[in-house]
Design a protein around this ligand. Structure first.
Ligand code: AMP
Ligand code: MG
Length: 423
């Protein structure tokens, strides 16, 4: 197991977000177990090996337009070209195509195989047809245009998709275009999820005085489902060492990852810290970020020598989700075997000033919208407390204010991560 170094919490200082992120990512090992799936069931899965194209796509030179096919050599550059049309039309999917002599053209449809010797198509809207033939005005077309060459999309024997690719709609179509009906994918990462806290109630239970509903399990479950991992929902665990230990044993026995929220702060009723610390090399970090300071990560020991990766997120609902996006999301992709890509972000002008002190990262909730006169602007949503989930539900983006950054003036550009990009 990797050496994660002494706990910075013990040393009493806060860890910058980038340092904490790098530590998490540096110690992970992706799963390697694979399975074979029919293409139709592979959406969202990770390729276990590259997909090598067994054929050229397209398999033949073909027409990119509806029009007339002819020889590019017949095209005059200084005057109109007149070609003699054949009576035939070449349709897509036709098994044979006609012989077309020089000086002639044949009507052709998009996707139809180019007849032998022909290399150019004039789109129907760029020519004029009368009794004298097919007229192409000088200068409207160059030889070779509107022809899709064989193998243009994918060449036979070449990798069409790399190992680690997550299969999305375009990848599904691409694999189908190769005629492949099955794929080798990695098994899905399994994540055990539970919430801790005596004050929590599950949906359907009455809300006793002083209690709140467990919302984190639903926001985190949704985030995990979007990520495409398998979720083992272990429900609510009270702040009780025996219950917590039993749940951890089960989580480690059945899952690759244990994702919890609550109980990692310094609160009196939080036993989670001590229990986790007793299992393996979990590190407790006080991260220099807002929201979401406490965060624990590391390998957890379970029964029978099993190990699982722990991500223990803070309990405050906004902090739980923000720390998930900042630390857990990319790490789970890496563990899944996916080639991680940085979150798609953009820069937007802040409508108002934002107070921020250097020395910690802040993730505020904002609404990004098109600015008058082009570009994007962002305004913060209401109260930004770590427990105010409404600020996040109203937002469509996280405004990311970097560690060293100070206050933002109205009109300054800030970095934003769009929730819709936060798969
Ligand atoms: P903790 O990190 O356990 O000290 O919790 C911090 C705050 O988040 C407390 O106000 C908790 O009541 C709240 N909290 C913890 N877990 C959840 C949860 N699963 N759903 C909603 N709120 C929670
Ligand atoms: Mg708690």
């Amino acid at each position: 197991m990797p050496e994660l170094g002494p706990s910075p919490l013990a040393a009493g200082h806060e860890l910058p977000v980038d340092v904490a992120r790098a530590r998490v990512l540096a110690s992970l090992r992706p799963i390697t177990d694979r399975e074979t799936l029919p293409l139709g069931r592979a959406l969202g899965r990770v390729l276990a090996e590259p997909v090598i194209s067994p054929i050229d796509v397209p398999a033949h030179d073909n027409s990119a337009m509806d029009g007339y096919a002819f020889r590019g050599a017949d095209l005059a550059s200084d005057r109109d070209t007149v070609l003699q049309p054949l009576a035939d039309t070449v349709f897509a999917g036709a098994p044979t195509s006609p012989q077309v002599p020089p000086g002639h053209a044949v009507r052709i449809m998009t996707g139809a195989v180019m007849p032998v010797g022909l290399d150019t198509v004039v789109p129907i809207e760029l020519c004029r047809v009368d009794a004298a033939g097919v007229h192409i005005a000088a200068g409207v077309l160059r030889p070779g245009e509107n022809r899709r060459p064989q193998g243009e999309d994918l060449a036979r024997g070449k990798p069409a998709l790399a190992a680690g690719t997550v299969l999305g709609p375009a990848e599904m179509g691409l694999v189908a275009s190769l005629g492949l009906s099955e794929l080798a994918v990695l098994r899905r990462l399994k994540v055990a999820l539970f919430s801790t806290g005596n004050e929590l109630r599950t949906l359907g239970q009455p809300l006793d005085p002083g209690c709140i509903y467990d919302s984190n399990r639903y926001s985190l479950m949704a985030a995990l489902q979007r990520l495409g991992v398998e979720v083992l929902d272990l429900g609510l665990v009270p702040d009780d060492p025996a219950a917590l230990n039993a749940t951890l044993d089960r989580a480690i026995a059945e899952a690759d990852v244990v994702l919890t929220s609550g109980g990692v702060s310094m609160g009196d009723a939080d036993y989670t810290r001590d229990l986790l610390a007793a299992r393996g090399q979990v590190d407790f970090w006080k991260v220099a970020m807002r929201p979401g300071r406490p965060f624990a990560f590391g390998p957890l020991d379970g029964p029978g020598g099993r190990r699982a990766w722990l991500f223990a997120l803070p309990g405050n609902p906004v902090a739980a989700l923000v720390t998930y996006y900042v630390f857990a999301r990319e790490a789970l992709l890496v563990l899944s075997g996916a080639t991680p890509r940085p979150l798609p972000g953009l820069r937007a002008r802040s409508v108002a000033a934002i107070r921020k002190r250097p020395g910690r990262s802040e993730f505020q909730r904002g609404i990004v919208e098109p600015a008058e006169g082009g570009g994007w602007q962002v305004r913060l949503t209401g109260a930004q407390g770590a427990g105010i989930l409404r600020s996040m539900a109203e937002a469509n983006a996280l405004v990311c204010l970097r560690h060293d950054q100070g206050s933002v003036a109205a009109g300054d550009e800030v970095e934003v991560w769009l929730f819709d990009g936060l798969r």
